[in-house]
Design a protein around this ligand. Structure first.
Ligand SMILES: [Zn+2]
Length: 123
């Protein structure tokens, strides 16, 4: 796993534990080059989902991309990485259980907005 801060190829796993009823693994990593710490999640992908972009292009659903865009959207709020992970989980489950094999970026965007608005209600 590459360090997202300096691009160093070798980061060390400091801690690893099962989460979400053992369906995922969370690892804390540290970069020996710049000393940055970050967290990664590993998870089984149940079904492949195709995302249709606005321009009609098709691409595989990318869980990490979704997680990144949500992290960006909430970066000014006190929301933990685990919380973001939970949101991503529930969205992914929603997409996968919809019965459709394709989803548009517009639908994804709306679902994200929806999930984030619920977050505000709780906070
Ligand atoms: Zn680094």
């Amino acid at each position: 796993m590459k360090c997202p801060f300096c691009g160093c190829d070798e980061t060390q796993v400091k801690d690893s534990r099962n989460i979400d009823d053992d369906t995922a693994v969370r690892r804390r990593r540290e970069c020996p080059e710049c000393g940055s710490r970050f967290t990664t999640f590993e998870r089984v992908q149940l079904r492949e989902l195709i995302v249709i972009k606005r321009n009609g292009e098709k691409t595989l659903f990318d869980r990490d991309k979704l997680a990144k865009s949500i992290s960006l959207a909430v970066r000014k709020r006190p929301i933990s990485a685990e919380r973001v992970e939970k949101i991503v989980n529930s969205l992914q489950r929603r997409f996968e259980s919809s019965g459709e094999t394709e989803i548009t970026t517009v639908q994804i965007g709306e679902s994200v907005m929806d999930a984030l608005s619920h977050l505000d209600n709780i906070a």
